[in-house]
Design a protein around this ligand. Structure first.
Ligand SMILES: Cc1cc2nc3c(=O)[nH]c(=O)nc-3n(C[C@H](O)[C@H](O)[C@H](O)COP(=O)(O)OP(=O)(O)OC[C@H]3O[C@@H](n4cnc5c(N)ncnc54)[C@H](O)[C@@H]3O)c2cc1C
Length: 566
């Protein structure tokens, strides 16, 4: 058994993980464990930009961090915790300048200041960007920082479970994907930054590695999950493949047109038009399609042709290439066929504003976590910001926790977990089971997409809950065909499916329980928001028999909930 010991373990090497690691490395021996090389993390694909009230744009002179906080809270349909949203908005300008000083090549205005563009649900052009490859530039900057600070990176390791005992974290067990051996990592602090869980749906903009398996490890280790029913469906993903076409395309002036050539958003958000918040724009597109005004195959058009070649080449070059390569259309000359797709996991591992879960020494940040700043609907450009602001705070909290509590990890607890994981692995490779993981996985994805999608209702949600519980019960009988241990993708997929099923059940059960419509959770049988009963977070505790749900109060400080109008 290979054993490693460190002071802080960060799981995940996207923006949240690398920012947390960079901060904790100021004082401690930090290791990052990731299933891919850091710059292959999904943050690389973020296109449109990152929000901060820099006031650089001519139309943004009156912007402020308070207005950014308000837009975020209103966008969240008042489910965001207001203290957390205020911290994020307040820290945003410093966070963007820090990345700039570390080397991020932001696009510029003619006066040399960082350029900003309008994004949905925001009162001002507030989104800073590097053309339409913002995530790429930010992630490379942080990877350079991790090299500079000599942070240990263990890549191609899949964390399978976290070791906790008496509500204290002791480390984790990871599968070395290359050798197929399980390894022990002992540490008093584990920060989970494993990104979103888009792959539990079948029509996602997320990478294949965004399975949410890391979120599930924290859940099984005793942390709670929060607001899992809030899944963001992005309005514009490419028809067929669901590759993202960034909101920047609408921010730069793109139109949405139905098959009759109508700019239909004037019916739904007459003031904001295409720059309404994502939940509303996604629902509007789906309504056009459902009412027969979409094109055959269920899509509408995103038209950029009127922007002109120069603007598209300068500000949206990546979008153009994606449209040409994956839809065969050049947006300079033709509209892009788009449809809504699963995009973001608003819920996640419940943390306080410093990233700590209720398990001591177990922290979380980024899309895997729920602080909660996005509530029922995230505004575009706020997620990259979330990863950096709360990644940094989690790294700082690791330092504070280690200096205050001086915890000592017990290697035996982690080795005990290793024994259990080893027998789980052997069960897949040589056990008696007969279930095929592909069948279970596909059924889960199809169930969520068809019954827990943009529009939801009780009878379908009940069916989804039953189907998912049945899949959970069948899961221990999974047996894989390939029994070799080295880079066994079947083994990796089968292991990850457990976490996906765990999360899928929390999404469906949470959606069934919430008898109202709020943000991305749109119930046909309960079309109104119900603040009397449902201005609460949904919390989920792990049990072997499925999630146990409860409520938690939303933190309201400055902004009284009101009807959302755009
Ligand atoms: C196509 C696309 C475009 C986007 N554009 C924008 C945008 O313009 N602006 C914006 O604000 N947001 C955008 N978002 C959202 C934003 O990019 C993500 O929310 C954010 O990058 C997530 O970062 P993260 O660090 O939390 O996770 P990720 O970058 O997804 O990193 C997760 C890490 O965890 C590792 N990992 C996962 N599971 C395990 C495991 N079990 N064991 C070990 N390692 C594991 C992975 O290897 C990876 O390193 C976009 C999202 C998508 C999908």
């Amino acid at each position: 058994m290979q054993v490693y010991e460190h002071e802080v373990l960060v799981v995940g090497s996207g923006l949240a993980g690398l920012r947390a690691a960079r901060e904790a490395a100021e004082k401690h021996d930090v290791a990052v464990i990731s299933r891919v090389h850091p710059v292959r993390s999904h943050s690389i694909s973020a296109q449109g930009g990152i929000n901060a009230s820099l006031k650089n744009h001519a139309e943004g002179k009156d912007d402020s961090w308070e207005k950014h906080a308000f837009d975020t809270i209103k966008g969240s349909d008042y489910l965001a915790d207001q203290d957390a949203a205020m911290i994020m908005a307040q820290d945003a300008p410093a966070c963007v300048y820090e990345m700039e000083h570390w080397g991020t090549l932001f696009s510029r205005l003619p006066d040399g200041k960082i350029a900003q563009r309008p994004f949905g649900g925001a009162g001002f052009p507030r989104t800073c960007y590097a053309a339409d490859r913002t995530g790429h530039h930010l992630l490379h900057t942080l990877y350079e920082q991790s090299v500079k600070h000599q942070i240990n990176v263990y890549e191609e390791r899949l964390v399978t479970n976290i070791a906790t005992d008496n509500n204290l974290c002791h480390g984790l067990v990871a599968l070395n994907m290359i050798t197929g051996e399980l390894e022990v990592y002992a540490a008093p602090v584990v920060i989970v930054a494993t990104g979103g869980a888009g792959q539990i749906y079948s029509n996602s903009t997320n990478a294949l590695i965004n399975t949410g398996s890391g979120t599930a490890t924290a859940y099984r280790a005793g942390a709670q999950l929060e607001d899992m029913e809030f899944i963001q469906f992005h309005p514009t993903s490419l028809y067929g493949t669901n590759i993202l076409i960034s909101e920047a395309a609408r921010g730069e002036g793109g139109y949405l047109l139905n098959k009759n050539g109508e700019r239909f958003m004037k019916k739904y958000t007459p003031q904001a038009m295409e720059l309404g918040p994502r939940d509303i724009v996604a629902r509007s597109i789906q309504t056009e399609i459902d009412e027969g005004r979409g094109f055959p195959g269920d899509y509408v058009h995103l038209d950029l042709t009127h922007l002109g070649k120069e603007k598209i080449m300068e500000l949206l070059p990546g979008i153009r290439i994606l449209a040409m390569d994956f839809a065969g259309v050049d947006p300079i000359h033709e509209p892009i066929p788009i449809q809504p797709g699963q995009h973001y996991t608003m819920g996640g591992i419940a943390t306080n504003v410093d990233g700590h879960t209720r398990v001591k020494g177990l922290l979380a940040a980024g899309e895997a976590a729920c602080v909660s700043v996005h509530g029922a609907n995230r505004l575009g450009g706020n997620s990259l910001l979330d990863t950096l602001v709360f990644g940094k705070r989690a790294g700082r909290e690791a330092i504070n926790y280690l200096s205050k509590e001086k915890p000592r990890p017990d290697r035996k607890v982690v080795e005990g977990l290793w024994e259990k994981e080893e027998s789980r692995l052997k069960n897949f490779l040589t056990g008696e089971g007969s279930e095929d993981y592909r069948e279970l996985r596909d059924k889960m994805k199809q169930t969520l997409t068809e019954k827990v999608g943009i529009f939801r209702q009780e009878n379908e949600l009940k069916e989804a809950v039953e189907i998912l519980a049945d899949l959970r019960r069948r899961y221990p009988s999974v047996k894989i065909k390939n029994s070799c241990r080295q880079y066994n993708l079947e083994l990796i997929n089968a292991l990850e499916l457990e976490g996906m099923l765990n999360l899928a059940e929390t999404v469906a059960l949470g959606a069934l329980g919430r008898n109202e419509s709020r943000g991305s959770h749109s119930r046909l049988d309960f079309p109104k928001r119900d603040d009397e009963k449902w201005l609460v977070h949904t919390m989920a505790d792990y049990t072997k028999e499925g999630p146990k749900l409860s409520d938690k109060e939303v933190t309201i400080t400055k902004f009284t909930p009101q009807e959302r109008k755009y």
